[in-house]
Design a protein around this ligand. Structure first.
Ligand code: ADP
Ligand code: MG
Length: 359
């Protein structure tokens, strides 16, 4: 792109950053023909695979807050958001491109810390940094990631394959990340937050700042053709299950008693007079996989969970579209599933709650 005046102000810094990145992450494997340093990257496609591409834009003040997250944390989580999207497609992540718009107040070492977090999250999967773009910013830090993955031809998991009678599964536990965010906000004295929380909340803040993408699980589900549909829980279960229902043209019945809620979340909710079910339903950024399974494959899915050491819970059943989206409470009473997920463009520009599901 031609350099506009605002970009011309930081040519040396931009050059130094790219040089440093090249030195540190430029040694790539044989599949990267040209990486950082050329006009574009050249990579070898994986034989008999389809390419899976995802991108995410993270904006300071909207997706992260420099008061509650370190640069490593921001990089780490940005990578996880994309790794999780690739995992939800049942694919393997391969190549990473990172674009930054950096305010003048930020130093090169802070940006290097951000990359350290990014690459730390990517390392277990052998993802290689092959390029990006760098600009100055007049209003906060912007971070865009492109992650390229691969999946055997015809094996990609989509949101559109669920059928009535399939069972609905979830990996891990949900709501921890939102609880972690509330702990961090309270700790930093934000308005509209809770009073400071004392006990062992480290597990929750860790789930918020350093979530784990379910890459092995996603790949195994697609390779063994165990899931009929999948999505990652990034906006909250209550909202994300809707995407499967819309795209598969089905309904769903979720069982409150079956929701996997961690002991840490129960403790946090108890101490703060919150309903852990509410937190679990609305909490986003857990990066767990929500997927549907034909009844004949359920045993295999549970075996797989044990094999890869990943908790899997059956939380409901897919219904015909006419059934709608419902949730069964502890006494067996059915309610319409409330919309409780994070919506960027809601009036409050914050956690958008229509009403608590249980009231
Ligand atoms: P161009 O002017 O063609 O956009 P740049 O000078 O921006 O080229 O980039 C030079 C090389 O450095 C390219 O290979 C690009 O992919 C890489 N690069 C630039 N910014 C980043 C970044 N923030 N992270 C990783 N690679 C980057
Ligand atoms: Mg550029």
């Amino acid at each position: 792109m031609p350099h506009s005046p605002s970009r011309r102000r930081t040519p040396l810094r931009e050059f130094q950053l790219i040089e440093a990145l090249h030195r540190r992450y430029g040694k790539t494997g044989p599949n990267v023909i040209r990486g950082i340093g050329d006009d574009a990257a050249v990579v070898t496609p994986v034989k008999n695979h389809e390419m899976v591409v995802t991108t995410d834009l993270l904006v300071e003040g909207v997706h992260f807050d420099l008061k509650t997250a370190s640069f490593e944390d921001i990089g780490y989580k940005a990578a996880v958001a994309n790794l999780s999207d690739i995992a939800a497609m049942g694919a393997k992540p391969n190549y990473l491109l990172v674009s930054l718009a950096i305010p003048r107040s930020q130093s090169a070492s802070e940006m290097q810390r951000l990359y350290r977090g990014l690459m730390l999250a990517c390392r277990p999967y052998g993802v290689e940094l092959v390029g990006g773009d760098t600009s100055a910013s007049r209003h906060g830090l912007f971070l865009n990631i492109v992650l390229i993955g691969s999946v055997p031809v015809g094996c990609a998991l989509t949101r559109g394959g669920a059928q009535a009678g399939d069972l609905l599964y979830l990996t891990g536990t949900i709501g921890d990340s939102l609880a972690g965010l509330r702990v961090l906000s309270a700790r930093h004295g934000h308005k509209q937050s809770l009073p400071p929380v004392k006990p062992s909340t480290q597990e929750l803040t860790r789930r918020h700042l350093r979530p784990t993408p379910r890459v092995e699980m996603g790949q195994a589900l697609s390779r063994q053709r165990l899931a009929t549909a999948a999505i990652d829980v990034s906006d909250g279960l209550s909202g994300d299950v809707r995407h499967i229902c819309t795209q598969s043209r089905v309904g769903v019945e979720i069982e409150v008693d079956a929701l996997p809620i961690s002991a840490a979340l129960r403790k946090f909710a108890g101490m703060n007079k919150q309903d852990p079910i509410d937190v679990a339903l609305q909490g986003g950024e857990d990066y767990e996989l929500l997927f549907t399974v034909a009844p004949r494959s359920c045993k295999k899915v549970e075996q797989l969970g044990r094999k890869v050491d990943c908790l899997v819970s059956c939380i409901g059943i897919i219904k015909p579209v006419s059934y709608g989206l419902r949730i069964k409470d502890q006494s067996g009473v059915l309610h319409p599933l409330p919309m409780l997920s994070y919506q960027h463009f809601s009036a409050a520009h914050n956690l958008h709650r229509e009403k608590s599901w249980s009231r």
